[in-house]
Design a protein around this ligand. Sequence first.
Ligand SMILES: Nc1ncnc2c1ncn2[C@@H]1O[C@H](COP(=O)(O)OP(=O)(O)OP(=O)(O)O)[C@@H](O)[C@H]1O
Ligand SMILES: [Mg+2]
Length: 258
Amino acid sequence: MLIVTDLKKYFSQGLWRRSFVKAVDGVSFTLQRGQTLGLVGESGSGKTTIGRLVVGLLRPTEGSVLFEGINIFGVSRRESLNLRRKMQIIFQDPEGALNPRMRIGEILTEPLKVHRLVQERYIKDRVADLMAMVGLEAELYHRYPCELSGGQNQRVVIARALSLEPALLVLDEPTSALDVSVQAQILQLLRKVQKQMNLAYLFISHDLDVVRQMADQIAVVYRGQIVEQAQTATLFNGARHPYTKSLLSARLTLGEMV
Ligand SMILES: Nc1ncnc2c1ncn2[C@@H]1O[C@H](COP(=O)(O)OP(=O)(O)OP(=O)(O)O)[C@@H](O)[C@H]1O
Ligand SMILES: [Mg+2]
């Protein structure tokens, strides 16, 4: 369903913009419906940039992204609107993603109207269904984001993404800003809706334990490249690349400390 080939993104930098940061430097992978690929790697390794390229928020310096057989950077504006709908990205900070002046009900109504996915008279029912699906009480419909907890707001963000009936979700550290107990609930919710809607996930995290719970396969990103990719169990049983080994052992050392 998703085929990423030799993706590169160089950002120019410096006073005269003559030098480049190779944020992503030749990344390839594929992803099937219903599957999760985890992306792990240290801060600045290029994970977020990969995520933004995959959903078309950034144009690559080189390389291609094929989604359901379509080159996402080679389509007309109209087609691209429909493609964007099917590929949603969710970030760490839900408050930043939600308009503070809109009530939860309005936030969830808007995309349904823009994309005309549901007839006007069924919109309210659809919003109620979405809220139930992500575990939000109906009474929150009239509240504002500032009146909700971080976990509840992330549920709103997830509901809004699901309202567009996507096929792929890029989840960029979706639980990193949440308490550990809330984190577990959100991960559980993500697993549930993935099954229900047969979604493909590109799951980005610096937390190996979180990725281990979520991913079928894990790709390890180091300085803009995938240095190792394997089935989750295989990677945890015997990482080959020295960088992956150091990631795994750093995690063990931390575990021993607490
Ligand atoms: N818009 C931009 N302009 C210039 N440089 C950028 C831009 N976006 C990212 N970079 C650089 O690209 C590199 C990769 O950044 P990216 O945000 O993808 O890393 P990351 O793996 O997501 O890190 P983190 O774990 O901290 O979120 C970094 O060196 C970053 O400074
Ligand atoms: Mg990032």
